[in-house]
Write a protein that binds this ligand. Structure first.
Ligand code: HEM
Length: 461
């Protein structure tokens, strides 16, 4: 596996547009829809293409809903992860997922005023961009703050200013961990956990960062729950503490202070790292293709106008903008391998026996480049999401949020954020590269694919 990884790194360097990477290699070297790998003693299968992913995650959804017991996650959660994203499929996951889905609805997209709160955040975001007065700058920091503030409103009931260095530091080291989690050294740690005793290596940096994030979140949770009135929740943290109270006599309950901290951490990073990177890629592609940017702006001017804040009800009247955002999600593959799954029982797929406890790698990248479902998948072409009348059309093989029981629980929130931030940005600014120089388009590899750091000029339209 290490050899494949190493070779694929070289091939990704050699490809002219930088788009060939580890994930296409997994697809091309192994054109089979399903094949097995031995990750240093961890037996795994890779699912390639839409049919295989759907067959497992949808048709056998319960069997494929587990997560692997990787030493990394065991070490991070100290207890095998009884919370949300990294949790095994069982009571802990069911309780935490249900609570998160409900609170995201109650304090987030279920509230009419929530859209207004995203628009308010957009104004802070746009005003901060305005301070650069068209000079080149890296947008990453501002997008990260704006996006994480939307999740912060649901989880803590408050936003953090763009000058809050403590919160920003926490997000930075957390997102560094997303990159470290896909590093060779951490792969080795998963295969040979005894290397954890070595005092150096990227796994040690990862554990140090995780401990710092844990302490920060612990204090933050204490602060936002200080004046809490039981059974009158104001945000996710209150709602979680209420559940803990209700279940205090149940010895099997999975609600605990520790799991609260892990859940909050998982929700913040899952919501921030992904949506931020989609918007960073979207900005990059708008500067790369000024004609596409112009067409989006034409639609914005026609449907919303130059001064009114964009509203979600306008989305259905803006098929081209929708198509562009969908093409960014397809082409850029923010979570190229999703999050690893595992089988909770022995099963058979396409005649292959797959034992219980097998790690399952869902190659979502291969689904978005599956030639059975996409013509010329290697071309960035938003029109593939439009019919002959220019209306938006959904595509089956569009799976950036994955499928089945573990599919992304923040999809609805992410879609709201992407539309409102993207349209308000292009309504106010024209985006271009400084001196027209196109930056490196090769993605930076981690659990997510993000663009290399780049500078952009945002000029008032
Ligand atoms: C464009 C933005 C986003 C993308 C592309 C994305 C993508 C994904 C993917 C591929 C998975 C893995 C699903 C699987 O295991 O099969 C996932 C899981 C998850 N996502 Fe997202 N996500 C996004 C935004 C968000 C947001 C905004 C939140 C919440 C604030 C969120 C929370 C989660 C959680 C908690 C899980 C784990 C679900 C579980 O294990 O039950 N995501 N996401």
């Amino acid at each position: 596996y290490a050899v494949i990884w190493w070779w694929s790194s070289w091939l990704s360097l050699l490809s002219p547009d930088g788009s060939l990477g580890h994930f296409t290699i997994l697809f091309f070297f192994f054109p089979k829809k399903i094949f097995s790998l031995d990750l240093g003693g961890i037996s795994a299968i890779v699912l390639n293409g839409y049919d295989a992913v759907k067959e497992c995650l949808v048709h056998q959804s319960e069997i494929f809903a587990d997560r692997p017991s990787l030493p990394l996650f065991k070490k991070l959660t100290n207890m095998g992860g009884k919370c949300l994203l990294n949790s095994k499929y069982g009571r802990g996951w069911t309780e935490h997922r249900k609570l998160a889905v409900n609170t995201f609805r109650i304090f987030g997209y279920g509230q009419r005023s929530f859209e207004h709160k995203i628009s308010e955040e957009s104004i802070f975001f746009l005003d901060a961009i305005d301070t650069y007065k068209g000079r080149p700058f890296d947008l990453k920091h501002l997008i990260t703050n704006a996006v994480s503030n939307i999740t912060n409103l649901i989880i803590f009931g408050e936003r953090f200013t763009y000058e809050d260095t403590e919160f920003q530091h926490m997000i930075e080291i957390f997102s560094e961990n997303i990159e470290l989690a896909a590093s060779a050294s951490v792969f080795l740690y998963n295969a040979f956990p005894w290397i954890g005793i070595l005092p150096f290596g990227k796994h040690q940096q990862l554990f140090k960062n995780a401990a710092e994030v844990y302490d920060f979140l612990h204090e933050l949770i204490e602060r936002v729950s200080e004046n809490r009135k039981p059974q009158s929740p104001r945000h996710f943290v209150d709602a979680y503490l209420d559940e803990m109270d209700c279940n205090e006599n149940d010895p099997e309950s999975t609600y605990s202070r520790e799991n609260l901290i892990f859940s909050v951490g998982e929700l913040i990073i899952a919501g921030t790292e992904t949506t931020t990177n989609v918007l960073r890629w979207a900005v990059l592609f708008m500067a790369l293709y000024p004609n596409i940017q112009g067409q989006v702006q034409k639609e914005i001017d026609l449907v919303i106008g130059p001064n009114k804040m964009p509203a979600l009800e306008e989305k259905c009247k803006m098929p081209y903008t929708e198509a562009v955002l969908h093409e960014v999600l397809r082409f850029c593959n923010i979570a190229p391998l999703g999050i690893f799954h595992a089988t909770s029982k022995d099963t058979v797929v396409r005649g292959y026996s797959i034992p219980e406890g097998t790690t399952v790698i869902t190659n979502l990248y291969s689904v978005h480049f599956d030639e059975k479902y996409w013509s010329n998948p290697e071309v960035f072409f938003p029109e593939r999401f439009l019919d002959s009348n220019g209306q938006f059309v959904k595509k089956d093989a569009f799976v950036p949020f994955s499928l089945g029981r573990r599919h992304c629980l923040g999809e609805q929130l992410a879609r709201m954020e992407m539309f409102l931030f993207f349209t308000s940005l292009l309504q106010r600014f024209h985006l271009c590269f400084p001196h027209g120089v196109v930056p490196d388009l090769k993605p930076r590899l981690g659990m997510t694919l993000q663009p290399q750091p780049y500078l952009i000029c945002a000029e008032r339209r």
